[in-house]
Design a protein around this ligand. Structure first.
Ligand code: FE
Length: 173
C-alpha cells in the first residue's frame, strides 16, 4: 500500500491543475466576450430613432454612409493610448495599438480590435468599388477598408472620427 499515498497526491495535483486550466480558459473567454458581443444581440432601431439618438454629423456618417472632411475631425491626429468604441452602440471597434499615420487625414487602423465586431461589404457608390466597414452590432457605417495598409496585415481601415468615441486608457486602472 506504499504507492497509494503518492498516487493519490499526484491525481489530486492533476485534478487541481485541470481545474486551474479550466478557470484560466473561462477567464480568457470571459475577457474576450466583454469586448465581443453575442451574435444574436444585434441592435436594431428605426431611422427615426437613430436620428433622435445621434448628433447630426454622426447620424450622417453612420446611417447615411456620409464621409467627414479629412484633417478636420476629432481623431485623425490622436496619439493617446486607449480604445475606439462605436459612437452609436459603444462596442469596442479599434485600439490605439493598431492605429497608424496614413497621411489621409482620417483615423486609420491596420486591424479591428476584434474581427467579430467589424463587418465589411462591397460598396459600389460614386462609380467605385470599395469595401464598406460597419459595426457588427448596430450596423453603423464606419468607413472603408483598403488593401494598402502596413504590416502585418497590409490592411487600412479608414474610419470616420464621427463614428467613434475614444476611451482614453487610465494608467491608474
Ligand atoms: Fe455599433
Amino acid at each position: 500500500c506504499g504507492g497509494q499515498g503518492p498516487r493519490r497526491i499526484s491525481m489530486l495535483l492533476r485534478v487541481k491543475r485541470a481545474a486551474l486550466c479550466a478557470v484560466a480558459v473561462w477567464a480568457a473567454v470571459g475577457f474576450a466576450a466583454e469586448k465581443r458581443f453575442p451574435l444574436d444581440q444585434k441592435i436594431v432601431k428605426t431611422d427615426a430613432e437613430w436620428k433622435k439618438a445621434l448628433p447630426p454629423e454622426a447620424y450622417h456618417v453612420m446611417r447615411e454612409k456620409g464621409t467627414e472632411p479629412a484633417f478636420q475631425n476629432k481623431y485623425w491626429n490622436n496619439h493617446d493610448t486607449g480604445e475606439y468604441v462605436c459612437g452609436a452602440c459603444g462596442l469596442t471597434l479599434f485600439s490605439s495599438e493598431t492605429k497608424f499615420d496614413s497621411g489621409t487625414g482620417w483615423p486609420s487602423f491596420w486591424r479591428p480590435a476584434d474581427d467579430l465586431n467589424v463587418e465589411t461589404e462591397s460598396d459600389r457608390t460614386f462609380g467605385m468599388t470599395r469595401t464598406e466597414v460597419h459595426c457588427a452590432r448596430c450596423g453603423a457605417h464606419l468607413g472603408h477598408l483598403f488593401p494598402d495598409g502596413p504590416k502585418p496585415t497590409g490592411l487600412r481601415y479608414c474610419i470616420n472620427s464621427a463614428s467613434l468615441n475614444f476611451k482614453k486608457h487610465d494608467p491608474k486602472k
